[in-house]
Design a binder for this molecule. Structure first.
Ligand code: PEP
Ligand code: MG
Length: 575
């Protein structure tokens, strides 16, 4: 009997394939007294050898899919596995304490991890601690005869089933084999959804407990269009899903015809359609989908996919590649937004009650601890500015004084570079994300000082509604069409225009086909979304009349009390 469940449709497309569980196994064990310590040492040697050969396979795979540089992290892991000092201490512990290999491994590696993590200000040591943690898990699994999931080694068509997916796990996925993914947690704006959209992998998130209901190899049908998932689908159900997938692909082919078309409404008004990216390789998709600009480059992925703080030169190369790839079209680069659900293995964030309300993004950059990395990033950006049309954007701004402080640091670094004789473009626009209600309310004052706004609705909605964007229990409060949100957006757009500035949006709402008519009516200038939504949005805008959408927006802003009333108005005006 097939079993149905429902999650949040987070990335379009449909797949039917076997489940591949990407779940961390339980590696708890009992500490035992052993007599035959030679046997325990031999078990340890076997587990180390098995781990080494697994890592070498994963590394080869990573080189072919991600390149030499990205695969270098595995060298560090393999070095840990062969560290004579650490292995010697584990064996010594087995002999001295007459304990099993599992317990000795844990005791010694925990000690190393604690020492390295304690060196708070030493990034290199933080990285070593993260490496040891990662590697120990693999050795522990091999000691216990348990297999760790290795997504990089998948070589048949599968649907990934996981609690959640980290960006580094997602980066290892090979689109040829991974046909979709289904997770327990996350929603439309979680970072796994953003990655899925960029990679064009269908995704259903927030099913609550799919990992408990499915076993490895079981058949699944998943629709990223409706959020439906079927476990053990019947032949008829498989057919139905495959048909829906084919219809979606046909629709995509129709949109593709608009790749080189201008984005104009039925009455001739132009809007700028831009795309969001996470790494230089995404530029290909931006151009393939005919976007007119990059409205958001989330640079934190550069930091998250590395095992160390990216150096100025590494960052310069990435920014230059993006600017060159866009051939003079605008590129909005956002300075790093670490914190919230985005963590770095080599930079310790404090344990916080509410990380989304905590030490995040520009708050880190402007702190003493973050000042160095902020300046490094700004220098890399300024140096890259001559390769295209760069716009710099600061995330998570609440105060005008935060913007001023960030801009001051930017100008200081610019002056230093100029003194060194480095060429820098003279037309770099500097703007901010509007994702905190305080900034949305004070947009008129901000507009006097910034060059542009980009509204980050993923955060703006969670902060306005006081509803965690990762928590599916309160996901009903993620209401882009609520009049309160529309009024904030309207306030921002009008404030920008009053000062002759432009306002864009780079949150998921910008590509939401129901929201687009309202945003057109409000007069948003630039819409930045996952590249895969650009053509669909261009097709929609072509059909709509801007004056009529202005009337729709006016009604929604002045007459509606609920999201449902707004939706009814959109329906009326777009029929
Ligand atoms: C947003 O908050 O809308 C946004 C675009 O930023 P992020 O999703 O990276 O937090
Ligand atoms: Mg945000």
């Amino acid at each position: 009997m097939s079993e149905k469940l429902k999650g949040i449709a987070a990335s379009s497309g449909v797949a039917v394939a076997k489940a591949y569980l990407l779940v961390q196994p339980d590696l708890s064990f009992e500490t035992k007294n052993v007599e035959d310590t030679d046997h325990e040492e031999a078990r340890l040697d076997d587990a180390l050898a098995a781990s080494l050969s697994e890592l070498s396979l994963i590394k080869d795979k990573a080189i072919s899919s991600l390149g030499e540089e990205a695969a270098a992290v595995f060298d560090a892991h393999m070095m840990v596995l062969q560290d004579p000092e650490m292995i010697g201490q584990i064996k010594e512990t087995i002999r001295a304490k007459k304990t099993n290999a599992e317990a000795a491994l844990k005791e010694v590696t925990d000690m190393f991890i604690t020492i390295f993590e304690g060196m708070d200000d030493n990034v290199y040591m933080q990285e070593r601690a993260a490496d040891i943690k990662d590697v120990t898990k693999r050795v522990q699994a091999n000691l216990q005869g348990v297999k760790l999931p290795s997504p990089a080694l998948i070589n048949e068509e599968v649907i990934i089933v996981a609690e959640d997916l980290t960006p580094s796990e997602t980066a290892q996925l090979d689109k040829k084999f991974v046909k979709a993914f289904v997770t327990n947690i996350g929603g439309k704006t979680s970072h796994s959804a953003i990655m899925a959209n960029t990679l064009e992998i269908p995704a259903v998130l927030g099913t609550k407990n799919i990992t408990e209901r499915v076993t490895n190899g079981q058949m699944l049908a998943a629709s990223g269009l409706t959020g439906e998932v079927i476990i053990d689908p019947t032949d008829a159900e498989q057919d139905e899903f495959r048909k829906a997938g084919a219809a979606f692909e046909a629709q995509k082919a129709e949109w593709a015809a608009l790749k080189n078309a201008e984005t104009v409404t039925a009455d001739g008004k132009h809007f700028e359609l831009a795309a969001n990216i996470g790494k230089p390789a995404d530029v290909e998709g931006v151009n393939a989908n005919g976007a007119e600009a990059i409205g958001l480059y989330r640079t934190e992925f550069l930091y998250m996919e590395s095992d160390h703080f990216p150096t100025e030169d590494e960052q310069f190369e990435a920014y230059k590649a993006v600017l060159e790839g866009m051939n003079g079209k605008p590129v909005v680069v956002r300075t790093m937004d670490i914190g919230g659900d985005k963590k770095l293995p080599y930079f310790k964030l404090p344990d916080e009650m509410n990380p989304f309300l905590g030490w995040r993004a520009l708050r880190i950059s402007l702190s003493e601890a973050g000042d160095g990395m902020f300046r490094t990033q700004l220098r890399a950006l300024l140096r890259a500015s001559v390769y295209g049309q760069l716009r710099i954007m600061f995330p998570m701004v609440a105060l005008v004084t935060e913007f001023r402080a960030a801009k001051k640091i930017l100008l200081e670094e610019e002056a230093k570079l100029k003194a060194e004789g480095v060429a820098i473009a003279d037309d770099i626009e500097v703007g901010i994300m509007i994702e905190i209600p305080a900034a949305a309310m004070l947009a008129d004052q901000f507009a006097k000082e910034v060059d542009f706004f980009s509204i980050g609705t993923n955060d703006l909605i969670q902060y306005t509604m006081a509803s965690d964007r990762m928590n599916e229990q309160v996901s009903y409060l993620y209401q882009p069409y609520n009049p309160s949100i529309l009024r904030l957006i309207n306030n921002v757009v009008k404030a920008a225009h009053a000062e002759g500035k432009w306002a864009g949006m780079c949150g998921a709402m910008a590509g939401d086909q129901t929201a687009v008519p309202l945003l057109m009516g409000i007069g948003l200038d630039e819409f930045s979304m996952s590249a895969t939504s650009v053509l669909q949005t261009r097709a929609l805008m072509k059909k709509l009349d801007s004056a009529k959408m202005a009337e729709l927006a006016d009604k929604a802003l002045t007459e509606a009390a609920t999201m449902e009333e707004v939706l009814a108005l959109v329906d009326d005006y777009t029929k």
